[in-house]
Write a protein that binds this ligand. Sequence first.
Ligand code: ADP
Ligand code: ZN
Ligand code: ZN
Length: 706
Amino acid sequence: MAGPETVVKVLVDAPRHAGLSTALSYRSQHPLDAGLLVRVPFGRRQVAGLTWAPASGDDSPGELREIAEVCDALPSLGAHWCALVEFAASYYQRSVGEIALAVLPPELRRLGRDAVADRVRRLQRADAKSNGESAGAIDPEPALTIDQRDATAAIAAAMAGAAPGTTLLHGVTGSGKTEVYLRAASDALAAGRQALVLVPEINLTPQLIDRFTRRFAGRRIVALHSGLTPAQRLRSWLSAQLGLADLVLGTRLAVFAPLPRLGLVVVDEEHDASYKQQEGARYSARDLAVWRGRREGALVVLGSATPSLETWQRAEAGRYRRLALPERIGGAAWPAIRLIDMGRLPRPTVGLRASAPPPALASQIVAAMHERIERGEQSLVFLNRRGYAPVLQCAECGWLSGCPHCSAWRVFHKQDRTLRCHHCGLAEAVPRACPDCGNPDIAPVGRGTERLEEQLAALLPGARIARIDADSTRRKGALEATLGAVHAGEVDVLVGTQMVAKGHDFRRIGLVAAINPDTSLFSSDFRAPERLFALLMQAAGRAGRDAGSASASEMWLQTWHPTHPLYRALGRHDYAAFAAGQLEERASAGLPPFSHLAVLRADAKTADAARAFLDAAAALARPLPESADMMIYAPVPLAVARVADVERMQMLVESASRQRLQAMLRAWLPHLDALHLARGDADDAMRADPKRRVLRWAIDVDPLTI
Ligand code: ADP
Ligand code: ZN
Ligand code: ZN
């Protein structure tokens, strides 16, 4: 008895622990495909929703509320897109509705049926008008090097096959990886398919868009990242979804772009941590890209000079195809790596104090920089700490400029004479005297980029020095202006944090110096060496990009551990040796990629409350049959335990099998929901005492920072 009305399942944006883990039922005049944008009544509001898998048939339409409108100008997001969202939700332990709605452009969720139809119409009209119009000159394709030719041929062959798989393109900066991406994209487009290119940072999208636009004049190329205005982002997204865009370039959120004809996914700098979302649904865009490529029959190219060890290990095991570009274009040599042994540096003798700290910069480095300036070359000095000094200290009583709300120091910023906490943002004017004893003599300890800039000015009188870090580039356009000055040769020495190490194609830099790279050498995070190696390789890659002067380019490292294997591998720019050493250590310690991790994090007003929650969670996990061969570790505080008066703890779960870990998390999660509710509401004594309650908790699957 098919009535005129049917039941349709609709996803709305609701977190899993709101008890709305699956789609809701609504009444509709006719059956609707999955993946359509609708507006539905939800509580007293009307919200955006997505029609989902067919109704199970246990509801009768009569009792249900009706779908308000169907945005039918928009075609269905399609089975592939729905599958991607389902997978991401299940793998990262979130609700499908939360992910599905969160990855749509905010503007799309806001607009009603008619407004969406209007946007679609306008876009289609603009597209029809621009069709065949070639926008400006087309960049000619350079003749490929032999390595590029081999890589391009292998990629083309793979793309033509039924299961193109995943390819690691391993090559240092300047080895011509982007040219290989361009050729792969060209092949995909020629086959009538769409290409998705992911980059780690918004800052890098304009350069890349430029390069693609100049190569593919007349093709529609759109950007997708969080720096766009809501209207721009909607336009890009609609372009992709309607199949008008040939190429989508974007940051991690673009991995969810609906692309009905996807043929190629490129993940540039695939090792970069910014591919992992750090809040909400903590997905890895790189890993989702690989999954998506396999499902949609698209080739995935992961490019890097220093692949993540997960990726490298899969290539070693033959699961990914490995293509290498071992040489820099034009034969530019790798910079000579020179280590300064800080322990053997002559110390300035200050009166009778024998143990004065070593100078900011070794005299050899200063002399080398001098030479570069004389020759009209630039130097890049790299220090991963912004501000003037990490802490202020009172010489009299030992007071230190701690943050009252965090377990961290407040950083001294000289430019505006503030003490700023880089964790909670608290900023105050520097006190005139020690707040504890009144001594006016409070002094900066240690060094950040601001101070380094000052010290360099003193060491290199007359040199033109510029700085790039989060402080110097806060003003809109400031970063572009400084980069422009560097490119125009108006800067002799560029000082900066890791912001300067990434991506920029500097031409005149002959010298790179890393001032204090040791800090992450002995971190408790097992991935710290991997990150340091990648960062230093990347920084080294800034030197000698111009083949003319590259033969003499150099990178200096000031270190207390000159014999450390990491520096030795770097000196030979031998990623493979470094990776082999690390993988061996990981294998013997049972760490990823040889095991699989998830972390349960809990935030509370007190460390006790956070710990109690995690202990209770562990107690609920142990009896589960799925936990049989899991390692569940004791709760530990995060590296910075307290931020903005919130104590943060975490508990690690480890398994040799990804599938078993997934099964365990799935079984555990409902217990955690219940636990949270119980601890939050049921116990009156507990509710009265917020100190005993946990504020938030979250599961992070494949966490990047431990
Ligand atoms: P990567 O992406 O590995 O850093 P790029 O593709 O950007 O390398 O190449 C580095 C530089 O060399 C760029 O300026 C690029 O235009 C140039 N280049 C790349 N391939 C070739 C080639 N086959 N012939 C000439 N120049 C090339
Ligand atoms: Zn004091
Ligand atoms: Zn703080």
